[in-house]
Design a protein around this ligand. Structure first.
Ligand SMILES: Cc1ncc(COP(=O)(O)O)c(C=O)c1O
Length: 382
């Protein structure tokens, strides 16, 4: 395990002065790389002004306002209210509560093989019974459907408060929506009065090539959750909805969701710098060309398939046994890649969006030589 000494731009340096090209972004967090000057200066400025004055709501804290205004200016006009929280899991919790509060319905549907966080509500959305068995009793009223299977959408009914899904499923190893799946979900939600919650915690802030993935796939959710890259390395999340819907948290009961540090002004200042830099510099608009370059370079006999939506990529290997060798040898070669939670044949590639074309070549070189190494391990043995 590497012990981090510092991180800057695309690189992380360990205490032995070895440099690693970051192809993980700390699981889709550092989209602008490490310690981007705009982020650092926004944080410094806010720290020198104030860090925390009151819990959520009582004081108007301008970093919250500025971020919410900027964010909603890039969203459909129906997504005009932002509730700040501390993490992705808390954003999911907020969305689940809001859906139950708004509809009065007892059931929530999630997709199999999704990960939405590790608190009890978010974790209850998992379809992995073996995992959940360790934490019984679970949350009632949760059931699952298979992503991309439109024949199961009839399971969304008038009893369903919400369906919660990612626009691109991450932890199964990058599953993109096929045949207008998200539009079909939207349609079924409209028919049943169910809220469509899109978890953009990994896909947000340009990772898929659109600023938010629902824009790429041309649907508008009732609630969107964001976190990870939002804070540029500081912990923050949010759920976003229509104001009328969000206002339900202010009555019956009042204070329907409260959080001491949600919307921390330093984190909001950082989030504002992230979104402003991405949009000012149109960084998300370069993502598809970078995705294509990765595809053109990642050719090797032990690669079965490269799946991606923008720079959210999974490289599936022909045999499971290669995976740990490829991951460890790539790290040895000086580039960081990682596993997925629910796919033991594929590794994750989610570099900072600022990766240059030269660095993509550098990444491919390190990856392909690790694949040569992995292949040789078994050629030698047989
Ligand atoms: C799609 C998705 N949703 C939610 C979460 C939970 O976010 P957090 O770890 O900030 O609670 C994650 C974290 O990996 C995620 O990938």
């Amino acid at each position: 395990m590497l012990e981090v000494k510092e991180a800057s731009g695309m690189y992380i340096t360990d205490v032995n002065e070895k440099q690693y090209l970051d192809l993980n972004s700390g699981i889709s967090v550092s989209s602008l790389g490490h310690r981007h000057p705009n982020i650092v200066s926004a944080i410094e400025k806010q720290v020198n002004s104030y860090m925390h004055t009151m819990v959520y709501g009582e004081h108007l804290q301008s970093p919250q306002l500025h971020y919410a205004q900027l964010l909603t200016s890039y969203l459909d006009s129906s997504l005009d209210s932002v509730y700040f929280v501390n993490s992705g899991a808390e954003a999911i919790e907020g969305a689940m509560k809001l859906a139950k509060r708004a509809t009065g319905r007892p059931e929530i549907i999630a997709c199999r093989n999704a990960y939405h966080g590790s608190t009890q509500g978010a974790e209850a959305l998992r379809s992995d019974d073996d995992f959940l068995r360790a934490f019984l009793p679970g949350l009632p009223g949760i059931s699952h459907i298979d992503f991309n299977d439109q024949s199961q959408l009839h399971l969304i009914t008038e009893n369903t408060a919400a369906i919660i899904l990612e626009p691109v499923q991450a932890e199964i190893g990058v599953q993109t929506p096929k045949n207008d799946y998200l539009k079909a979900v939207r349609q079924r939600c409209n028919e049943t009065g169910t809220l469509m919650v899109l978890d953009e915690i990994q896909t947000g802030n340009g990772r898929t090539g659109a600023l938010f993935a629902h824009q790429k796939y041309d649907v508008v959710p009732d609630i969107m959750t964001i976190a990870k890259s939002m804070g540029g390395g500081l912990p923050i999340g949010a759920f976003v909805s229509n104001k009328e819907l969000m206002d339900l948290f202010t009555k019956k009961p009042m204070l329907g969701h409260i959080t001491t540090f949600g919307g921390n002004p330093v984190c909001c200042a950082s989030a504002h710098a992230v979104l402003k830099t991405i949009t000012d510099e149109k960084i998300h608009q370069e993502v598809l060309a970078k995705e294509e370059l990765f595809h053109s370079l990642l050719k090797h006999p032990i690669i079965k398939e490269v799946r991606s939506s923008g720079l959210m990529m999974a490289v599936e290997l022909t045999k499971r046994k290669y995976l740990k060798h490829v991951v460890s040898q790539t790290i040895e070669n000086g580039a960081l890649i990682d596993y997925f939670l629910f796919n033991d044949r594929s590794f994750r590639l989610a570099p900072p969006l600022i990766i240059s074309h030269d660095q993509i070549h550098e990444a491919a070189h390190k990856l392909l030589s690790a694949m040569d190494y992995a292949q040789k391990q078994y050629t030698k043995k047989s």
